[in-house]
Design a binder for this molecule. Structure first.
Ligand SMILES: [Fe+2]
Ligand SMILES: [Fe+2]
Length: 275
């Protein structure tokens, strides 16, 4: 199976890049399943139902979230009626929405997607490792699902690497989100799980994490209240992770970072590019 994961979509540059590039990539790379983190898609903060529909319409099968899940209050309502939208599974009991979903690909394969949030330098949530132990226990790879993709939304690379090794051999992909900076460590872990500490963002990289740099810099220089942070407005770059899994085991066999856009070195999965 061919899977593509794209990092946090930030504002209009991120949305435009995804809607412009994804339909062509989905076809050219014959993708079976696409997962996108959309937690910053609405003006940098959260996700609206219309934007969620745009990402799904552009070719995403599942949209994941993170600490910005409910910045747009409407998400508290529409997440309940959108089974392809996930917030972290380890949010407190009673939180609207769900943290795990199963989607079926065009060929009938079952892909389980989970969103889980780390705790280092972030809000204190339920144990993300115990939460993921329950998820893979209830739906083991190869039995309950043909592929399992885990978006670990966390600040610390150590915590994300720990989740990678914790789930190695039990899921197809563990990919980090939240820092908005892609890491150069896409690889196969020893047990056969594809791993990258952070997928980066889909957004304007001439910015600070996708937001206009002027106000973001000012906040470091002058510790006084100022203007609202607004997304940068230049052309967006999309970054993430491309993974091919073995149809029998569900584990990863090929992995590559992906980066397409004006500001970062271009990276395309050589194993899917036609010669
Ligand atoms: Fe983010
Ligand atoms: Fe985040």
């Amino acid at each position: 199976m061919r899977l593509l994961f794209l990092g946090d979509v930030v504002g209009r540059p991120g949305r435009s890049a995804v809607t412009r590039l994804l339909p062509g990539l989905r076809q050219a790379w014959a993708l079976d399943c696409v997962i996108i983190n959309g937690e910053n898609a609405a003006g940098g903060f959260g996700l609206t139902e219309a934007i969620c529909d745009d990402l799904l319409g552009a070719g995403a099968d599942v949209v994941t979230l993170g600490n910005h899940s409910f910045d747009q209050r409407e998400a508290l309502v529409f997440i309940e009626r959108q089974p392809r939208l996930l917030r972290p599974v380890n949010f407190p009991p009673g939180t609207p929405g769900r943290g795990v979903t199963m989607v079926e690909t065009a060929t009938g394969a079952r892909v389980l997607v989970a969103n889980v949030m780390g705790r280092l330098f972030m809000d204190a949530l339920d144990d993300p490792f115990a939460a993921m132990e329950r998820v893979v226990g209830e739906c083991p790879l190869g039995l309950g699902a043909d592929a399992i993709v885990v978006d670990v939304h966390a600040e610390a690379t150590s915590e994300k690497q720990a989740m990678g090794h914790f789930l190695d051999g039990r899921v197809s992909i563990v990919v980090g989100t939240h820092t908005h900076v892609p890491t150069a460590d896409a690889r196969l872990l020893p047990g056969g799980t594809a791993y990258q500490s952070d997928a980066g963002m889909c957004g304007d990289y001439q910015s600070i994490l996708g937001m206009q740099h002027e106000e973001a810099v000012r906040r470091f220089v002058q510790k006084t209240p100022g203007a609202r942070l607004e997304p940068a407005t230049g052309e967006g770059t999309i970054t993430g992770l491309a993974v091919e899994t073995d149809d029998r085991t569900g584990l990863a066999v090929k992995v590559s970072a992906v980066s397409i856009g004006p500001h970062l070195a271009e990276i395309r999965p050589a194993f899917w590019e036609k010669a």
